[in-house]
Design a protein around this ligand. Sequence first.
Ligand code: GLN
Length: 532
Amino acid sequence: MVKNKKSEQKSCKYIFVTGGVLSGVGKGITAASIGAILKAKGYKVSIQKCDPYLNVDAGLLNPVEHGECFVTHDGKETDLDLGHYERFLDFETSRFSSVLSGALYQELIDKERSGGFHGKTVQMVPHFTNLVQEKIEKASEGSDIHIVEIGGTVGDYEGLSFIEAIRLFANRVGRENCLYVHVVYVPWINTSKELKTKPAQNALKDLRGFGIIPDVVVCRTERPAPRAICEKIAAFSGIASDAVLNLPDIESVYDVPFNVLKSGVLEILNRFVGDSKEPDMSKWKEFSRLRGKNWAKTVKVGLVAKYVGNEDAYICVTEALKAAAAWNKVNLELVWLNAEEVTDKDFAKVDGLVVPGGFGARGAEGKIKAAFYALEHNLPYLGLCLGMQMACVAAARRGGIKSAGSEEFGAGEGENVVYIMEGQCGKESTGGTMRLGDYPAKLVKGSKVAGVYGSEDVIERHRHRYEVNQKFLDEIEKGGLVISGTSPDGMLVEFVESPKNKFFVATQAHPEFRSRPLNVHPLFMEFIKSLK
Ligand code: GLN
């Protein structure tokens, strides 16, 4: 058994993606696109992000600054890059797919405190760098190709040990089994009307200084760069000129795989993996064609949100809606509705409402109003996590409990239709106290959701602390909602719906985490369909 595992491990090849000049130029999308191409060639591809910042996980990071917190099936709170990976590769990342310095330090210090180092001095090299390599090997188990993106920019103080770890990794598995890709930004200087290669040259010098000569250099530019630019970078950096590629900005991230293919990277990848099979991009092409069309019908979806206009804060939701619109052959007009100010007049202007997840009292009344309006006016509604809790509060108010609210919003006079269950762990607002990751649900036979899923047993990802209090079920039902799914023991409300509405479904889970552009989640497909 062990032997098998070893040989399986050996056959894995590794692609390391680093960045130079500045961060935020699409390193993650480049990594995911390379993965998508290799997957389309028939390989089993996994992908991982190593982030050098000192947080332990992404659970407490501010969504305004950092974007949405993504949750893996096994309950790790990570940054939104893992969402991109899942969308591009249509696979499930895991807790091993996200590595943060804070967690690694914590692991090393815990081991040191319990005597695990037997009196040895604990050092960045080899202890930290070995741990990074172990995490990479762990995450790559069972894959043909494993991609590792290193967050930040090469040369950042806190990232040095990760660069050293990936350099050392070539000793562990053989240099021929590693492909180093460095993504650099080449700025356009408007005054002199030229692209400047110097920052990229310096970034490559930095990387060389750490002992890594990349196999591929990706030059990110605002517009397509003349070939001479790549050649200049190659000449000044001692890299073969056909290994320096240009990836200009493009309208949609989902077209980046095509751009990557056009850039000439396929030849390098083919050489690396040792086959020249054409990737089957037919589904990507179909998706691109549908997205690019101007359809006769436009659907207006009101997103009742706290962070208005900040797509990153709700990226899985907006991506799921966009993809669902494309496959439903309609144009999507996303209307941001500020949860703190929204009125019935705003609801009247859209074809349907989505109330996404959220935390805290701010904007909650607007979300309750949205659900109330949808119930009264037969307006399609999709509630996600907090969106389900607020739907239950709205229904309870319609059902007679005028003071219905949630315990999350502070101790008021009202009835907590949403509450922390007796014996449930963690009232505190710090990390690691929530119900996280996959949980199963039993759907009611004949319900709308059972029909949408085509099954009565479903598993969805969760990230929440509060639950619907079943003491108020009568009022919730009187207010127009039925419970259409619960945890298998019946204790927790997982899905509610309005039998009278055309489409009113809400779930305690986050189905958006499992929606992929090429494989859209059925709840999003059906929601958009109901607006047509
Ligand atoms: N704030 C709510 C809870 O903790 C909902 C969480 C969410 O929408 N992700 O239960």
